[in-house]
Design a protein around this ligand. Sequence first.
Ligand code: F6R
Ligand code: MG
Ligand code: MG
Length: 364
Amino acid sequence: MRTTVSVIKADIGSLAGHVTVPKEVIEYAEARLREAVETGLINSFYVTHAGDDLELIMSHFKGVDSEEIHGLAWRVFKGATEEVSKRLKLYGAGQDLLKDAFSGNVRGMGPGVAELEFEERKSDPIAVFMADKTEPGAWNIYLYKIFADPFNTAGLVIDPRLHKGFIFRVLDVKSGEEFNFNTPEDTYDLLALIGTPSRYVIKNVYRRLDGEVAAAASTTRLSLIAGKYVGKDDPVMIVRAQSGFPAMGEILEAFTTPYLVAGWMRGSHVGPLMPVSLKYSKVARFDGPPRVVGLGFQVSEGKLIGPVDLFDDPSFDHVRRVASEMADYIRRHGPFMPHRLGPEEMEYTTLPQVMEKLKRKVEE
Ligand code: F6R
Ligand code: MG
Ligand code: MG
């Protein structure tokens, strides 16, 4: 039996602005997913949040892109919006639900999705990463470090099962085209694309040894669906660990540098991605800095066992300190690039309206 892990998320209303998801929303989602376990649709679940995003982590036997599973997530988001967010007048109630009617798959409707389907090994550890105030391309540099950089992942050199390398599937979010790159030999071509994370996004990683899927990431760009700024896309990803995949510690090692990512205040700024425990999965300073939480699970007979809060550890204290120093430094640029994003990334904000107004002034 092949097990599927689905992480489906949406910002459907938050507490005190865009800060966090209140417990009323979490409890609503838990109650609905508990019913789905009782009816046998899913095997297990864990509901949590990354900043203001509600995260549904589910295991089941329905495969990826299952209409039943996506429909369940859509109903949870819709129900939580109508029955909780609107009633409590939460901020941005229903924000990420960009379409009215569900049509078989939540992709392209606002929510973010990462799904992995696999035959369970003797023991199957996974890590689920969920970020707030950034975009899907933010994972590019982390996935590269984890699966292609031997200075990060010792297994690429030492373990014969990793030594053959990995296949990176990259999506061009503008054209919809997809490209495959084999590492190590296609490394430079891969980097030429994924160094533009606003456009080229790693969607999946596969092990070359046997084609087995190793990672899946969400690729939703809300502004490209809505044609205007509707909040950042706040991505999720699932990474498989151990026994022929990078060790959990090699996966976490990638997060020891707080790389600069796009997002933060008004989705219009560059800032350091700070790894935090669930306790600090809320944004504060300048609506940030952008944050990532990581949860580890064992997948066992179709069920999720856990989680363990992966960044709840003193070995990440100094990373958070560096991220805060970086935030101090880059904040001093105020509205100037490279802190503020470049013009092509501002096209879905109110900046075009400012330009239009100025044009009219010149014409008058
Ligand atoms: C970023 C984000 C926030 C808001 C900001 C302004 O993804 O959600 O930084 O953009 O708080 O929000 P509004 O315009 O709703 O007052
Ligand atoms: Mg929000
Ligand atoms: Mg968010």
